[in-house]
Ligand binder design. Structure first.
Ligand code: GAL
Length: 330
């Protein structure tokens, strides 16, 4: 009797654990996926295909084979609960880059005319001197992606990359070019190369991201301090070709962007309102698998952009509304 009661109890616990749903987004906390594992999508990016969001990022779980670099993919309908779709890239050194070669900040674009999913990423040697973008393609959002080539966009060095898709669907790449600043470039029609420079913004920023909100472009990025956080900054322009305003802090500078580094801004346009989400990484260089995500709705409009102190929140992707809530995931 006691034994069967215990077994029933364990089955009950297993059932509620498996069905556990995240109700909130809790910045800086462990973010459990559908398997209960912390999401591994660092330096990531998100695209929406019909009503599904896909989150791609650096897979940095413990115990991965050091010969390979991995990009993970997760899917979600609500931006809060993420289903692990697998490592859509498991790549060995594609160009004789040597030990410690680097694949970082993957971003995926869907090309409607070729029907290909085109992934861009930062490809580099251990000492970050190769400074190129790599491209891998797939017929499906959740892979697998096959490596195609690497290049320097418009012959410039390219390290951190960012992704921006404008409201009209035009696809842009943002890339960091050391002392020169960062570039915003338009992709070619098939997304397999870079077509044209929109802006070279003379500000040394990485982790670059752009959002188009109420007729203004907002660009953000972090200073070049490696894994260490710093005060991220933003500027605005009425056109992607500039001119860009002066750069200002997005949060109290002493918080170093609440210990995070930008990777993307995601605009959620709903039936009632629009929320722009600041997506950032809280890196743990000595325990990268445990690096956290700081996602927060931004205060944005009329040329101002501000990141409030992180706290738990929830979003309704249908209406576009967000609200701050008690931490009910616990
Ligand atoms: C950061 C960059 C990361 C990674 C790191 C290595 O500045 O944003 O993606 O490259 O440097 O130190």
């Amino acid at each position: 009797m006691i034994r069967s009661t215990i077994i029933c109890f364990l089955i009950f616990i297993a059932a509620i654990t498996t069905n556990a749903q995240n109700k909130i987004i809790n910045p800086g906390a462990i973010w459990p996926d559908d398997r209960g594992n912390h999401v591994q999508a660092h330096g990531g990016g998100i695209i929406k295909i019909k009503d599904t969001y896909y989150w791609y990022g650096e897979e940095r779980a413990q115990g991965l084979d050091p010969k390979f670099r991995y990009v993970s993919c997760y899917s979600s309908k609500d931006l809060t609960n993420w289903k692990f779709k697998g490592d859509v890239v498991k790549m060995s050194d594609p160009e004789n880059l040597g030990d410690g070669w680097i694949l970082e900040r993957p971003k995926v674009y869907y090309n409607k005319s070729t029907r290909k999913y085109v992934m861009y990423f930062h490809l580099d040697t251990r000492n970050y001197q190769y400074a190129r973008v790599g491209i891998a393609v797939s017929d499906k959002p959740d892979g697998n992606y096959t490596f195609v080539k690497s290049f320097r966009p418009l012959d410039h060095q390219s390290r951190d990359i960012g992704q921006f898709i404008d409201d009209d669907g035009t696809a842009y790449l943002i890339f960091e070019d050391r002392a020169l600043g960062f570039h915003i470039v338009k992709l070619a029609d098939d997304y397999m190369s870079v077509a044209k420079e929109m802006s070279l913004v003379h500000m040394p920023l990485e982790g670059g991201a752009v959002v188009h909100y109420n007729g203004l472009y907002y660009a953000i990025g972090s200073s070049l301090t490696g894994w260490d956080p710093n005060p991220n900054k933003y500027a605005t322009a009425t056109s992607l070709e500039g001119p860009w305003s002066e750069f200002k802090d997005i949060a109290p500078p002493e918080t170093k962007t609440y210990h995070s580094q930008s990777t993307m801004m995601l605009k959620v346009v709903g039936t009632k309102t629009t929320t722009v989400i600041f997506m950032a990484d809280q890196w743990k260089p000595n325990a990268q698998w445990d690096s956290r995500y700081l996602w927060m709705p931004l205060e944005i409009g009329d040329g101002k952009l501000w990141l409030n102190e992180p706290k738990p929140w929830s979003i309704d992707v249908k209406t576009g509304e967000h609200k701050f809530v008690a931490d009910t995931n616990k």
